[in-house]
Design a protein around this ligand. Structure first.
Ligand code: SF4
Ligand code: SF4
Length: 455
């Protein structure tokens, strides 16, 4: 399927359905059944405003039914900006002569200290590609440092990792080191555009990049996180590319994407490309998130601090399930006094406390949960629990428990007050009486000093 991607997508983009047919497709989506690529092609090529309105309504319904009010929090940790690639949209590209940095293990600990003091339990480890300055052994050492470093009540419980496409052998090493999700963005599925923006280095090999998840899954990694950098090419093409990639993995490895990230292109200092003819406006961006929510209802969708506060709220309603907070997108970003080169410009610069308060005031539950990974609910085991609808029986209680921990360990008086009220209200939403009772007990245990209670 991946071999004929371009032909398949171009054929799909010719599809036209009548309004009746599109409404039947939307009925299917509304029933939480997901959509195939043909159905999605029909929806994204339609200009009917009533259909578009219905897409947004259903996206909100799916988000609320499957994910409830919880929003999972994470933060990136940039460990090295050495990079041998020349991606023209990125500030770390090898043509940028700015000084490069790689954290020592001592510096990794210093960054972790700040992240743990912010209350983060889930990070995304980020590094540029440079086999000499940032070999796989360095990444493995960083992972060991992350999992071993603990502050008073702080610890990173899940380290997802976003590093370059590599070999089965290296993926096995990452798997054995206990990574969470292996994240890799295809950037653009359109080969010609891919080659236009990736001007040198190993990443410029489109096919090697596209088949990275195959090698990761052959190596035993079960949770993979995809993404497209919206704005490099036509967003309709990218949506279909993502869905066909997901389908390929489902057919071959019985499990598709664990998450999908939806960054959109922004100018970065040090990048050589400043203008993008396919740049995405806000309305289109909302449509992208809504369509993905309909098509792959059980796959987490992630946005970063590239988006501002208002956009983040709208997108959370439409389907986003994970957001970053307090993010620094440069090496030594959490501890350095001076600003250095960053991978992209950040729009949402609020602290985690501010983001947490904002989410709670919106009636949402900021969740620091990492339970599935630690309970072995990964890959197809995770997906079958998600598809059965039973995942919410654990997500909500875990969200409440981790919010309680956050408030106790990192919150000010206001956070404690608002979170206590929210937790009490939401406790009643736990449908299963046994789990509700156990959650109430765990909350008391946390109040009494215990930590890391989860289902
Ligand atoms: Fe390097 Fe990644 Fe930036 Fe490309 S996008 S230049 S691979 S850090
Ligand atoms: Fe994510 Fe699993 Fe926690 Fe739910 S229970 S928030 S799916 S880790």
């Amino acid at each position: 399927m991946l071999e004929n991607l371009d032909f398949t997508i171009k054929e799909l983009l010719k599809i036209k359905y009548s309004a009746d047919e599109l409404n039947k497709i939307l009925d299917k989506a509304e029933n939480f059944e997901g959509l195939n690529e043909k159905e999605v092609a029909g929806l994204i090529t339609c200009e009917n405003s009533e259909i578009k309105e219905r897409i947004f309504k259903i996206a909100k319904k799916i988000k609320s039914h499957i994910y409830g009010d919880r929003v999972v929090m994470f933060a990136p940790l940039y460990v090295s900006d050495y990079c041998v690639n020349n991606c023209s949209y990125c500030g770390f590209n090898c043509k940028n002569k700015a000084e490069r940095k790689k954290l020592t293990m001592r510096e990794v600990e210093e960054e972790l200290f700040v992240l743990e003091e912010m209350g983060h339990k889930r990070i995304a480890l980020e590094a540029g590609e440079d086999p000499v300055n940032c070999p796989i052994e360095y990444i493995l050492e960083v992972l060991r440092t992350i999992y071993n470093f603990k502050t008073k009540n702080g610890e990173i419980r899940r380290a997802n990792i976003n590093i370059a496409s590599t070999t089965v052998e290296n993926y096995k090493k990452l798997h054995d080191a206990g990574i969470g999700t292996y994240i890799l963005f295809q950037e653009t599925y359109h080969k010609e555009s891919y080659e236009k923006y990736h001007l040198g280095g190993p990443k410029s090999n489109y096919n090697y990049h596209l088949t990275a998840f195959d090698r990761a899954m052959e190596a035993g990694i079960e949770d993979v996180g995809a993404g497209a950098l919206f704005g490099l090419y036509d967003y309709k093409y990218e949506i279909l590319g993502l869905l066909l990639h997901n389908k390929h993995l489902e057919e071959k490895y019985k499990v598709g994407f664990h998450t999908v990230s939806v960054p959109r292109i922004r100018e970065a200092e040090g990048s050589t490309q400043k203008e993008f003819e396919h740049a995405i406006d806000d309305e289109t961006f909302k449509e992208i998130v809504a369509i993905l929510r309909l098509a792959i209802p059980f796959t987490g969708i992630i946005i970063s601090t590239r988006e501002n506060e208002e956009m983040r709220k709208t997108l959370i309603d439409l389907g986003i399930s994970q957001v970053s907070a307090g993010s620094m997108v440069e090496v030594k970003g959490y501890t350095a006094k001076e600003k250095h080169e960053s991978q992209f410009n950040v729009s949402d610069q609020r602290t985690p406390n501010e983001v947490i308060m904002w989410l709670m005031e919106e009636g949402l539950i900021p969740s620091f949960c990492t339970a599935c990974y630690r309970k072995g609910r990964v890959g197809d085991r995770f997906m079958s629990l998600a598809k059965s609808g039973n995942i919410k029986n654990v997500c909500l209680p875990n969200g409440l428990l981790t919010l309680k921990e956050y408030a106790m360990d990192y919150g000010d008086e206001k956070i404690k007050e608002v979170s206590d009220k929210l937790i009490n209200d939401k406790l009643n939403d736990i449908g299963n009486p046994e789990i509700r009772e156990k959650t109430a007990q765990y909350l008391k245990d946390i109040e009494n000093g215990e930590r890391d209670k989860f289902f």
